[in-house]
Design a protein around this ligand. Structure first.
Ligand code: DX5
Ligand code: ZN
Length: 218
């Protein structure tokens, strides 16, 4: 199934609840929540109180992208705030297996994110444990950046690695995803699409529907 995960980073924060409700009602299945600590990435975004207060807006899947050093420290707090899925960066975890297991033991879905320049080989051992792999298609830290073209090949290679090993794992892409490049990403094997600017700049409901119309072609 092809899933849209609007990233609220690009939303109008003074109308955040309404913006989330608009995209959810238009058919977005996930809400992508970007937590940034100013250490793993240069910027600081938002944390548990914002996630917790949005929880009452929608029952869509809360997909929390932790751009945080040693995210294992926050698994129980993020769960309490209402996360359904937690994605951690391989580059940010000294003990990736422990952190992934912490997420799963908390009863949540677990994902691992890779920066553009991180090779797929870091997933070799952990892959069967995962529900999702997030291939960053920009360098994490900011919305509104340009898609890095070489990441398309990475998605293709990951999809064949998953297939070869007989696994069933979602591939999420995040950064610079638009209605113009989403078909290439679908064809490369991605199935969960984060979009910040492409959803929230303008009419969030109409932009959501544009993506869903493209998904209908597949
Ligand atoms: C970037 C974040 C993204 C960001 C995407 O570090 O992880 O989720 O909000 O924004 P766009 O879609 O505008 O590139
Ligand atoms: Zn993200």
């Amino acid at each position: 199934m092809l899933i849209l995960a609007p990233s609220i980073l690009a939303a109008d924060f003074k109308n955040l609840g309404q913006q989330v409700t608009d995209t959810a009602n238009a058919g977005a299945r996930y809400i992508h929540l970007d937590v940034m600590d100013g250490a793993f990435v240069p910027s600081i975004s938002f944390g548990m109180p914002v996630i917790a207060s949005l929880r009452s807006c929608t029952d869509r899947i809360f997909d929390v992208h932790m751009m945080v050093e040693e995210p294992g420290r926050y698994v129980s707090d993020i769960k309490a705030a209402g996360a359904d899925l937690i994605c951690v960066h391989a580059e940010a975890c000294r003990h990736l297996d422990r952190t992934v297991n912490q997420i799963k033991e908390a009863g949540l879905k677990a994902g691992v994110a890779l920066n553009p320049a991180t090779p797929l080989s870091v997933l070799d051992c952990i892959l069967p444990e995962l529900d999702m792999v997030l291939i960053m298609t920009v360098n994490p830290g900011f919305g509104g950046q340009k898609f890095i073209p070489y990441t398309l090949e990475k998605v293709r290679n990951l999809r064949s690695m998953i297939k070869q090993r007989g696994l069933d794992i979602d591939i999420q892409v995040d950064g610079g995803v638009t209605c113009d490049n989403v078909r290439d990403l679908i064809e490369a094997g991605a199935n969960v699409f984060v979009a910040g600017s492409a959803v929230f700049k303008g009419d969030a409901a109409a932009n959501t529907r544009k993506f869903l119309d493209i998904f209908e072609e597949y």
